[in-house]
Design a protein around this ligand. Sequence first.
Ligand SMILES: N[C@@H](CCC(=O)N[C@@H](CS)C(=O)NCC(=O)O)C(=O)O
Length: 212
Amino acid sequence: MAAKRGITLYHSPASRAFITYWMLEELGVQFDVETVDIRKGDQKKPAYLKINPAGKVPALSDGGAIVTETPAICMFLADRYGYGTLAPRIEDPRRGEYLRWMVYSSAVVDPAAELHARQMDLPGNVAGFGTYEDMVAVLEGHLARHKYLVGDRFTAADVALGGEISMLLYNRKLPDSAVLTDYNARLTARPAYHRASDATWPAHLFGPPAEA
Ligand SMILES: N[C@@H](CCC(=O)N[C@@H](CS)C(=O)NCC(=O)O)C(=O)O
């Protein structure tokens, strides 16, 4: 599986790769898709391990660069193709908050929610990501006051963390509070969200990633 010229997204249906597909759709860039079916074990095959030694999807290659980890892919693409629009510029004071939510998506929300769903919560002072309850309170507190994560402007942070929230709501791993479901409705109303979910989340197999 050699990296091609241009942008290639390595994705599996009904997986976190949906988020990066949505990012590409928001940016309106051309890209190829390579399916790495995690339900068939493709992610652990030697050819794919050369792309992502962690054996996880998604991964992205673009002009010689290979990027893994969902928020890193979103940041890479937004800086490269949406700088100043979906990614706040370096000199923009909102850049700090943007980076905070990007990292929060996989450093805090993902592990806290996945462990909580399995009744495996860790004490908040032991886990770097804190408690599930604190994570939910942080999200709800912020989204009760803001339309989007960074001020009131949709950014790539709403794709990375918003996509995570959307998937966790669908999987019932976050509470379906009015604040979170209203935010999710703003995301699912976007045409790019629909194009990505139609392409990566076959409704006949899995249902859509989230309903508005
Ligand atoms: N930290 C990674 C997590 C990626 C991940 O967990 N991917 C899952 C699919 S949603 C996967 O590849 N699972 C297959 C496996 O672990 O074998 C990211 O943010 O991209």
